[in-house]
Design a protein around this ligand. Sequence first.
Ligand code: GDP
Ligand code: MG
Length: 422
Amino acid sequence: METIQSIEDRFNQKFHYDYTFLNDEPFTDEFIYLISTYIPQGKINFGIIPPEHWSYPDHINTTACSEIRANFADVPYGDSESYRHMCRFFSGFFYKQPMVRQYEYYWRIEPGIKLHCDVNQDVFRFMKENDKKYGFAISLFEYSETIPSLWSFVIDYISKQKSSRPELLPMLQNGFGWYNLCHFWSNFEIARVDVFDNYEYEQFFQYLDSKEGFYYERWGDAPIHTIGICLFLKKQDIHWFDNLGYYHPPYLQCPQDPESYINNKCTCDPDDDINSNENLSCKTRLSKWYQTMSQKQKCKIIRELSTIILSRRAKMCNVLEYRDSKVIYRRYASLFFVIGVDNDDNELIGLEVIHRFVEQMDKIYGNVCELDIIFGFDKAYHVLDELLIDGHIQESSKKEVLKRVTQQDELENMDEFEKILA
Ligand SMILES: Nc1nc2c(ncn2[C@@H]2O[C@H](COP(=O)(O)OP(=O)(O)O)[C@@H](O)[C@H]2O)c(=O)[nH]1
Ligand SMILES: [Mg+2]
C-alpha cells in the first residue's frame, strides 16, 4: 500500500495511468478492495499467471534442482524455488500476459519501492516522443555465482546468428571479452512491451531456457534483460531516468543536480545515491587523481564541484577559484569535464587538455555520450593515461594517442573474442 501511495502521490495522480497486478495465485477480495480504494482513477487489472509460465519446464529434473538449491544457500535467494520461477517469468513470460500485451509501454513497479521525488513529467509520453525503448534507473553488478555458465551460452548464441555483431555488445564485456556483470536493475523498468515481445528476443529466451540455468544455477531476469537489450537495441534507444529518487531496498538513486532536487521536492539524501559509491554502481565516475587524498575527501570535492558547476549559467566563465586552486570546466552536450590545477597554471592549457580528451573519446566511441563512459570506462582511462602522466601532458599528438589506444584495444578484445568463438 505504501508503494502504491508513493507512486500515486509522486506521479500517477497527475496522469491516471492504469495498473496491472499479476500473481501466480488469486488475489484475495480484501486486497482487491483495498487497492481499488487507494487508486481513485485509471483502470486496475488483476490477473493470474498461467501455471506453465510460473513453473518448471518439462526438461528440468526437479529432484536435482532441490539438491542444487542447497549448494546455492550462500547466494542471495540461492535456495529459493519461487525466486527462480519469478526470474524465469520476468525473463520470458511477463510480456506474453494479455493484460500486459494490451499496452504499448509499461513501468515495472515492485512492492517495497519508493519514489523520493515528484515525477512531473509524463514518462510514457517522454519515451514515445523521444523514441526511447528502454528506461532504467540504477545499474549494478550481478553476483557472478548466480550465472556461472550464462555468458558462454550468450557467446555461443551470438556466434550462431547470421546477423552482424551487436552494436552494444562491448558494453557488456570486460577487457577479456567476458561478461562484466553489469546490468540494468530490472526491478525498475519503463519500456516498450515489444522490446521483449518480439521474435528475436523470444528466440534468444527460448535458447537460454533450454540451457537450464534458471533452475540449475540462479539466473536473474536483470542480466537476461540487459543482455537481450544489448543484443537487439541501439544506444539511442536507452534512457537513464536519473532524477526520480527511485529507491528499492537497499539501493537509492538520488538526484545530484540541485535544480531538479529542489524543483521535484526530493526527500532523499544525495550522499546516499548509489552512483556516488563507485564500487557498487556501474556508473563509475570518470575520475583521475594526481594527488593523494582519502576517499572521503575525494567524494566531498566531487560533490561540492558538481553543485557549483551545475548551478552556473552557460555564459559564465569556465574557470573558477576553488579552495586554494583553480578549476577549469567545459560542457559538451550533457557531459561536463572538470579539471583542477594549481593557481599559477595556465587555464588555456587546461581547456585545451579537456578538448583534446573529448575529441579523442569522440573518435573512439563515435560521438561520446554518457552511456559510453558508464559502460566503456576502461577506454576513457586508456586515452587519459596516454594523454597525461602525473597530471602533465605526455603526448600532445591526437593521432599518436589514438593509435596506441586502438592497438591496445585490438590486442585485448579481438584476441579473446576469437578464442571464445573458436
Ligand atoms: N506472485 C508472486 N510474486 C513473487 C514471488 N516471489 C517474488 N515475487 C515478485 O517478484 C518481484 C521480485 O521479487 P522480490 O522479492 O522483490 O525480489 P528482489 O527485488 O530481487 O529482492 C516482486 O514484484 C515480488 O512481489 C512469488 O512467489 N509469487
Ligand atoms: Mg524487489
